[in-house]
Design a protein around this ligand. Sequence first.
Ligand code: KG4
Ligand code: ZN
Length: 344
Amino acid sequence: MLILGIDTSCDDTSAGVVDSGHTVRSNVIASQYAAHARFGGIVPMIAAREHTQRISYIIQSALDDAQIGFGDLDAVAVAHHQGLLLSLVVGVSAAKSVALACDIPLIGMHHLEGHIYSNLMGRQHELPFPFLCLTVAGGHTLLLKVTAHSRYELLGFTRDDAAGEVFDKLARTLGLGFPGGPAVEKLAAEGNPQAYEFPRPLINQPNFEFSFSGLKTAVIQAVERDPQANAADVCASFQQAVIDLLVTKTIRVAKAHGLTRIALAGGVALNGPLRVALQRECEALNYRMFVPPRDLCMDNGAMMAGAGYFLYRLRGGDPLTIEARANAPLGQLGIRYRPESKYN
Ligand code: KG4
Ligand code: ZN
């Protein structure tokens, strides 16, 4: 079953084709870094405008790369929940046009389900349920127990900033550009992770919550107070603090809930030292760790197509009246992972 997946939830215009949930036939991503660079962050209206300009070309490129035409598609899946509203609207409108013109099912997806399911792509077998998924990106840091297709239990979350957001903030302060994660990781490789003793908020608390704002403040202050500070040492020490927080809480949750399979998802899953640290802990405990292929970690259309296959088998397609929502509950159980007031 060939599914076209579209994701325009933030600043990447992306489309991909996946065969039956596992085999990636194409994955085309157009980043907008240049358009937002001079603003030091993503400007929602510019993101929407850029998506509008590129979406048709990106969809056509995804079909070309997969060596298929519109007539070969069996369904179209699109992120319509979670992200920048105006950006989502562009992808949803494009997906509806494809569904209508090709007379194929439309599958409306939660952006985070794409990230979670990116672990199932490119594999011969399915990742067996239940498993723990550390979803860690620019807007989220969540620990989800995945009990079955599209069924989640929220086991851990951040009280304040997301981990990726703090990487981006540090990079901006150091003038390293956007997105911050790759630049901070690169510089950190040249630094000493013990040079600064940055705080690891809540690390010794027996709860499953993350907090990154205290760490963010400490690291920004370290840079602002001492303009001569060694940026590589700052990045290495900061990255080590984030890794300690993520790994400690993830392992604590896994032990408490008897989960022996751990998956990573989201843009921060690209971080090499994080992968190594979590893998080391998993090996020591005889747990299995899963990481998506690198090109499926950041926002992309293929992950939507892959997740769309499993969700379509579960609940069929959606009407052409589906709408875009910046925040929406997740999965079949509609779990809420943000304060109520933020659902809109
Ligand atoms: O999943 P994603 O593309 O978008 C969201 O859904 O938020 O994740 C983007 C985030 C950014 O904050 C970026 O700085 C971070 O992932 N990121 C990284 C790395 N590559 C991307 N963080 C740490 N290390 C990396 N290598
Ligand atoms: Zn994302």
